[in-house]
Write a protein that binds this ligand. Sequence first.
Ligand SMILES: Cc1cc2nc3c(=O)[nH]c(=O)nc-3n(C[C@H](O)[C@H](O)[C@H](O)COP(=O)(O)O)c2cc1C
Length: 383
Amino acid sequence: MSQSSSSATIKFAYWVPNVSGGLVVSTIPQRTDWSLEYNQKLAQTAEKAGFDYALSQIRFTAGYGAEHQHESVSFSQAILHATTKLKVLAAILPGPWHPAVVAKQLATIDHISNGRIAINVVSGWFKGEFQALGEPWLEHDERYRRSNEFIRVLKGIWTQDKFTFKGDFYRINDYTLSPKPLQKPHPEIFQGGSSRAARDNAASVSDWYFTNGNTPEGIKAQIDDIQAKARENGHKVRIGVNAFIIARDTEEEAKAVLDDIIKHAHVEAVHAFGDAVKQAGKASPEGEGNWAKSTFEDLVQYNDGFRTNLIGTPQQIAERIVHLKSIGVDLILAGFLHFIEEVEYFGRKVLPLVRELEAQRAAATSADTSADTREAEAATSAA
Ligand SMILES: Cc1cc2nc3c(=O)[nH]c(=O)nc-3n(C[C@H](O)[C@H](O)[C@H](O)COP(=O)(O)O)c2cc1C
């Protein structure tokens, strides 16, 4: 069954480059920078360009082309200070973080930012990072069981007084958080993956499900599966898809940039990253983890963003985005090579076309609906 998006207009997020090396594992020269100064300017550019969200990344240690990493919660706050409309997603790893600490921290940030903080609950793929911190590395599906409890605790603390929880991973005793977050019922909760466990989590507790880049057919299969489960659970979840966007005036230019990124791939780092993520997903019993089918070229972008194929002219990209929306995608999570310049170009050249196409489709749908209604009325009066 085809699934239409639940939002009137598709939303846009961008990856915050708070980790060095940009969003590709490639030695191609990039003007993207991981500094605060660059990121604040980028956030202001993105907000002006029409982006709704910025997604920070959580990384504790170097590896796979990412030498330096700013911490996600503190960095998100700095971005919020520099903006007025953008929502910022702080990424959190259950394990190092306790959900009550996060609930408290984010409630305060929600007040300071006037209701603009959200959270991405990351279940973890980087075993070396957990080992470095002396944190136990749980099996794949156990990591999701922990994330599930983590999210239920967050929601409980954010919405209830005297909240009590007795889980396998977390225990909360009669806890009352004050002040509660400004956003009601609570700040939005995002969560990513592709595996069965990730989908089931999204279909039961998360507000948003993020997934790696993929073909429209692959994305649609995931969405249909998740939304069917969510309906069974009486739960509402929205879908965000990763894409590495290369928009240029001609298709040839855009494709040449992609070729160049892949030609300059940091081969050793790509292989090491591929080994780590495939290993992390191995324990996922059905073998459908995020990177289960990724090729070498796919892995040059951390989250398979080339596969979504938002690479071409503004018109081609806008049409593909609107198609993704028609199969149930609510948000595009975008990565770019030279972030500031390309976010600005996207806002100027691509986004207005997306809005135009969305308006045309909405008008065509309402014309179809009126024609159907008239036909039905005519049939009734003839009977
Ligand atoms: C959009 C998106 C953002 C993610 N951000 C992070 C992150 O910042 N840090 C991290 O360690 N993992 C991150 N992950 C990894 C996921 O939390 C999860 O570990 C991974 O997708 C495993 O997927 P699987 O369950 O399909 O194997 C992200 C995943 C997605 C799809």
